[in-house]
Design a protein around this ligand. Structure first.
Ligand code: SF4
Length: 679
């Protein structure tokens, strides 16, 4: 048996180094790599089953051409040459008739490293097509919010937790989404008595494992952060020296915002009792090095940007940003300066028409001048993951739209395709990886040959570039050569990586020395409480909290608020092809508080209908006080065929967040009734 060092590509902040044990050309087991300093020899429960992902009987093995109606999933196998020739012929005809803007490249990140993610984007850049404003379903809101206060720079190193005496997991379920940071924090708790506090609307596994859980009302994080600042100032715990040296505009916040956030009002807004707000402020103010783990959950609603921005300002008041083990951990990738443009923007127009990732439905149905005539989807499943999925599916069903989907599995989106191409998983390709929640970089080796006739994203991008007559050098390079291009002109710790070290599968630390604590790369070079950048965009320049305007509109008709979170075994559809994990997760459920269930005469295990103006979804009910009254939790994004009916994003609107034009999944109101009522 051979053990090959690979890198987990499941779009997760930890970026585990893994060992794939291979026998007779098959992955028999995937396990954590014991030699990696951060991911430390264990993988999460999902990826421990990745041998079954690679060799799943549900994998696509050949290219397919549609034979039935769009959405029905009726196809017949065809050869690669036939498939690629047809794609190139159709694209050339569309470009000749309407220009390249009539084509949309919709390639994202599932199962991919930097090369397999970047090269399809490079293809569409070079062709001059409409391009994807990527990541708005995911992290653009929190990124913009962080940039507004700290600038485009990596946040704290998770490994600095060895110096922390308090960790606050704020809007993050670490056990599900950042398990190695959780493990390190737990270890420090055992060793040194580090305290872990969890602020989350639900009693997640992280909340259960924390020393203290504060169940906050959804959408009120900014109010709590301002309340804590109010108390820090009132009690003389604000670090005046740090505020004067390293921050901008706190005086305005202190005089015009904080007086409105006294503990009694904050308690009313957040649902957290005054005594707990006071206790939390004292804990935070007295901590020597408090580390906030900022979760993206708090950003997926109308005022999500203000929420994250305000919480991220808190360590500026206490001065924790200056301390090793203090500050805030969000994302780290902005401090990894590689030559991404070499792959993603080889040639083609600098600007083009952009399509917001979350508004695919709108673009397919309404975009004109020219109308979208062709769509290429890879590493993405918008027919499940986009908000207002009904609109996406209506767009995908257009008979005059030529759609290609490249994926390892027959996804809900692939069912609408004219041509489906079988994709490799990360275990069948080589790629370069850098973590976005830690400071590590690594070369992922190929463990086994592509299954069936599967081809990697990079390989297909190269093949299509050739057929489309593109001559950019990057499209004729191997993965290793492309990796070397990424390092041309790289700066900072990332530039320490050399091809020899990378291709030897060494773990390469790209952590920065930060003698002055968290650096800031805002226009002022300081942590900005008052942001001219936001003012220039017509946005509030100071942090604040105001109610969610959608609530006033929708809550009178639909009394329950949706909360979504990753499922522990099925966070999204990338793991749908593993039967064992589907079984572990169970049927798609909706979790409702006992009071709300009683009021509707619903009991545990009932089939229920969740509905609002946008649609209706059938799920199995779980009655539990892990959620607060008035909230419905739906874990994971699951395909229709696993549910009673539909998928949860049918209920969500495609409205934007206040920053970053992100998705507002949690600004969704709905009602629940017995499923039979729908019938
Ligand atoms: S914890 Fe994250 S990086 Fe590690 S194996 Fe699981 S999904 Fe992959």
């Amino acid at each position: 048996m051979q053990s090959i060092r690979v890198v987990c590509a499941h779009d997760c902040p930890d970026m585990c180094s893994l060992l794939a044990h291979v026998e007779d050309g098959k992955v028999v087991r995937v396990q954590g790599d014991p030699d990696h300093p951060f991911t430390a020899g264990f993988a999460c429960a999902k990826v421990n089953r990745d041998a079954e992902l690679v060799h799943s009987p549900e994998r696509l093995t050949t290219p397919l051409r549609r034979t039935g109606a769009k959405g029905r999933g009726e196809f017949k196998p065809i050869g690669w040459d036939e498939a690629l020739d047809e794609i190139a012929t159709r694209w050339k005809a569309i470009i000749a008739e309407e220009g390249p803007l009539a084509i949309l490249g919709y390639a994202y990140s599932a199962h991919q490293g930097l090369i397999n993610r970047g090269l399809p984007s490079g293809l569409f850049h070079a062709l001059g097509t409409s391009r994807l404003q990527a990541g708005t379903v995911c992290d653009t809101c929190c990124e913009e919010a962080w940039n507004a206060v700290a600038g485009p720079v990596g946040s704290a190193d998770p490994e600095s937790v060895v110096h922390s005496d308090l960790v606050i997991s704020w809007g993050a379920d670490l056990v599900a989404t950042n398990v190695h940071f959780w493990a390190m924090a737990e270890q420090e708790r055992k060793k040194r008595g580090l305290k872990i506090v969890c602020i989350d609307p639900r009693r997640s596994r992280t909340a259960q494992g924390a020393d203290w859980h504060l169940p906050i009302r959804i959408g009120t994080d900014a109010a709590l952060a301002l309340g804590l600042m109010h108390i820090l100032v009132r009690d003389g715990k604000a670090d005046r020296d740090y505020l004067a040296r390293r921050t901008l505009g706190f005086d305005k916040v202190e005089s015009s915002v904080l007086p409105r956030f006294a503990p009694a009002r904050v308690a009313e807004i957040t649902g957290i009792p005054v005594v707990d707000i006071e206790r939390l402020a004292a804990m935070y103010g007295n901590a020597k090095a408090a580390l906030l783990r900022l979760g993206e959950g708090m950003t997926r609603l109308t005022h999500g940007g203000q929420a994250l921005r305000t919480v991220a300002l808190l360590p500026g008041v206490s001065g924790h940003y200056a301390k090793p083990g203090g500050g805030a951990l969000l994302m780290t990738a902005a401090s990894c300066d590689l030559n991404y443009a070499a792959v993603r923007r080889p040639s083609g127009p600098a600007t083009t028409r952009m399509v917001n990732h979350l508004r695919l439905g709108e673009a397919l149905l309404s975009m004109s001048g020219p109308r979208l005539r062709a769509l290429y989807v890879s590493a993405n499943n918008p027919a499940i993951t986009c908000p207002d999925v009904g609109k996406v599916r209506r767009g995908l069903a257009r008979e005059d739209l030529f759609t290609v989907v490249h994926d390892p599995f027959m996804t809900a989106t692939a069912r609408y395709a004219d041509i489906v191409l079988p994709s490799t998983t990360y275990l069948e390709t080589e790629d370069l990886f850098r973590a976005y929640g830690a400071y590590w970089m690594q070369w992922g080796q190929r463990a086994v040959a592509p299954q069936g006739e599967a081809r990697s994203n990079a390989d297909v991008a190269r093949a299509l570039a050739k057929r489309m007559g593109l001559t950019d050098a990057v499209f004729s390079k191997s993965e290793r050569e492309i990796a070397q291009m990424l390092f041309v002109g790289a700066t900072g710790p990332a530039s320490r990586a050399t091809p020899e070290r990378l291709f030897a599968a060494e773990h390469i630390s790209i952590a920065h020395d930060r003698p002055d604590g968290q650096p800031f790369s805002t226009p002022s070079g300081k942590l900005e409480f008052d942001s001219q950048t936001l003012r220039d965009q017509g946005l509030p320049s100071l942090p604040d909290w105001t109610p969610d305007p959608v609530e006033a509109e929708e809550a009178p008709r639909y009394p329950l608020r949706l909360l979504t979170a990753p499922g522990y075994f099925q966070p999204h559809t990338a793991f749908s092809g593993v039967g064992f994990l589907r079984k572990r997760e169970g049927a798609p459920i909706a979790i409702l508080h006992p009071e709300d269930a009683r009021a509707r005469r619903l009991t545990d295990g009932d089939r229920v209908r969740l509905y609002n103006d946008r649609g209706s979804v059938g799920l199995v009910l779980k009655v539990s006080d892990e959620v607060q009254p008035g909230v419905v939790l739906v874990p994971g994004q699951r395909p229709d065929e696993e549910a009673v009916s539909g998928t949860v994003n049918m209920l969500c609107s495609d409205r934007y967040t206040d920053l970053g034009e992100g998705a507002t999944y949690q600004s969704t109101w709905l009602e629940i009734a017995p499923w039979q009522a729908a019938a």
